[in-house]
Structure formats: structure tokens, C-alpha cells
Design a protein around this ligand. Sequence first.
Ligand SMILES: C[S@@+](CC[C@H](N)C(=O)[O-])C[C@H]1O[C@@H](n2cnc3c(N)ncnc32)[C@H](O)[C@@H]1O
Length: 201
Amino acid sequence: MTASRGGLSVFLNAVVRRPAVIGALVPSSPLLARRLAAVVPGQGEPVVVELGPGTGPVTETISRRLGDRGRHLAIEVDTQLADHLARRFPRVEVVNADAARLDELLAERDIDRVDAVVGGLPWSLIPLSAQRAILRRSAESLGQHGVFTTFAYLHALPLGGARRFRALLEATFDEVMPTRVVWRNFPPALTYVCRRPRAGR
Ligand SMILES: C[S@@+](CC[C@H](N)C(=O)[O-])C[C@H]1O[C@@H](n2cnc3c(N)ncnc32)[C@H](O)[C@@H]1O
């Protein structure tokens, strides 16, 4: 597990304060973070939006991949986590806001095209209408060229919440590719890589 720079204690503190918003017991492992960050283009000046960065295991991997290229927005609803992240990653544009406001947040920053959206949200704890809004706004920002990715815990896949979320992904994107399971994560997880938003939903 990633515990660098006091990240684990900051995360555990957030879990105790807001268990129904954090939705995990520990941050994602470096291996899961690498799997998620793999969708970030390795060349050019990409715009990357990260949803629910927490203490930043995925932020760190995306930042390393970007180097000094492009832009990296990290949208985190919890103020203490957002403050921690802003201190830890001065080059990342940390936004303390709800991911459901994605379209306004992008417009305020004059961003009209996003290359990759990397989702770290606890989807099953988010109401279905908000899940739909976040996915739709992500898809609109990506257009036909971009890519959306997020993760799901293996043990939860048979549950109604995970099945509804998968169905929503399929309703939003033409291509939804589950990847191999990352066993070196607690709990084990897989990622979905989604492309080509469907029109007008
Ligand atoms: C499961 S944790 C994942 C954190 C990190 N991405 C990781 O992989 O370790 C979910 C994160 O999403 C944040 N979050 C939950 N709902 C959110 C929302 N509506 N908008 C933005 N962030 C949200 C939580 O505060 C938490 O930091």
C-alpha cells in the first residue's frame, strides 16, 4: 500500500471522518495506480482529469508519467484530502469540489477537451443519478479521441451496485474493457478502460 509522506495516516483519518465518502480502507497500491495511469498519453501535452484522488497514489503515478507536459486536474471533494494533495503535488491543479460539477470546473479553467479521465471514486456509494451525471460529463469532455478509466473491487463485482455501475459504463461508452485483476491491491481490483462515448444519452 502507498503510505508515503504520511499519506496512510491522512487517509485513515479521512476514513474515520467520512466513511461513506471515502469508500476504501486503504489507498490504492502502486500496481493499481500504474494500471490506471497507463491511459495517460505518453507524448504531447495531454489534459488529464483525476476524480477522487484521495491522498494521491494515482496522482503520483500520473504526475510521473506526465513530467512537465500537459495539465493535470485532481478533483477531490474532501477539503483535508485536497489540502494534503495540494501540498504534496504543487504542479497538480487540485480542485476541492464535487466531481458532479465537472463541466463547470472545466469551463472555469478554459478546458474544452480532455484526453484522459481517471476515476478513483467510490462509485457504489454515489447515488445513481450522480454516477450518471459524472460519467456523462466525463464522456462529453473526452469526445471520441479520449479514454476513461476507473477501478472496481473484485469481491464486489457480483453485487447490485457494481453491476448497475458496469451497465451504466456500457450505456455511456461504446467500448468497455475490463483488465486483468490486480491481486497486489487491498482488496484485489480490476480496472475498466472505456472509449468512444455513445451519442446523446
Ligand atoms: C476510494 S477513495 C480512492 C482514493 C484514491 N484514488 C486511491 O485510489 O487511493 C475515493 C476518493 O474519492 C473522493 N470522493 C468521493 N466522492 C467524491 C465526489 N463526488 N467528488 C470528488 N471526490 C469524491 C473521496 O473523498 C476519496 O478521496
